[in-house]
Design a protein around this ligand. Sequence first.
Ligand code: CIZ
Ligand code: SF4
Length: 319
Amino acid sequence: PAEDEARVDEIKRLLEAHNAVLVAHYYTDDAIQQLAEETGGCVADSLEMARFGARHEAETLVVAGVRFMGETAKILSPEKRVLMPTLEATCSLDIGCPADEFAAFCDQHPERTVVVYANTSAAVKARADWVVTSSIAVDVIEHLQARGEKILWAPDKHLGGYIQKQTGADMLLWDGACIVHEEFKAKGIQDLKALYPDAAVLVHPESPEPVVGLADVAGSTSQLIQAAKELPQDKLIVATDRGIFFKMQQAVPGKTLFEAPTAGNGATCKSCAHCPWMAMNALDNLAGALRHGSGEIFVDDALRAAALKPLERMLNFKA
Ligand code: CIZ
Ligand code: SF4
């Protein structure tokens, strides 16, 4: 629509005027991903978002995603101004892992190496030995296991269980889950496979085990996009947030992508396979953040220093 075009033009002007760059997650709306691409920003998973933001010379990073992504950007680039379209965009994994309860859990298991998923608050990261994203998690845990370390893992139990199975590591799991991936249903995927027997199944391992069990490829968002290109099949059933379809379809224009079925249906759940917090990022509030400098992320100095260590371990890790 014409309004959106005007908004896009305004955002482009504001990005330039403020020496700002847009860093967007794969799960944000198509319009935002497209804008990030057109303006020299990036569309990526949380690991690449962090790397891109830290390397980029812009004075302001506009992070379209959820809160922990803005916090991570600020922790890695304290000299930059970090803005988000809204500070309300959180994550069920972050909510499900309060820093004080988590610290108490860690205190009960002092012999374990603490590895947390990137989808956590700065305060939880500050308590960790390692931060990992799903694209690097298996490699890091393999490395720790080879050194004989026992792991305390938080917050996603499905991803933790998957990594445990892949690596055989001794992992104590926090009980957290992603409300989006938890909705995918093995039965629905099997039914779809019955209709399209030659389709490949791509699954993000934040999904429940029976769903991951049906996967031809399980992996992070960037790994699933790569797999979409490499797999011989031209029909793909995809179990992750539907936001990924924008970049995945670009990567494989000739292939047909199917959304993996969720528990809900049109009546009970309009967008089960789409994160409600990612969906809070819109052209309007993005323009607003740039116009007014609103949605700025601040991280306390002491907290920042503590959270930086496990984050840097991840960024410096080579498998
Ligand atoms: O589910 C998420 O929030 C993901 C996949 C984050 C990430 O690491 O990109
Ligand atoms: Fe969190 Fe799930 Fe949303 Fe990702 S998709 S931000 S893990 S709730």
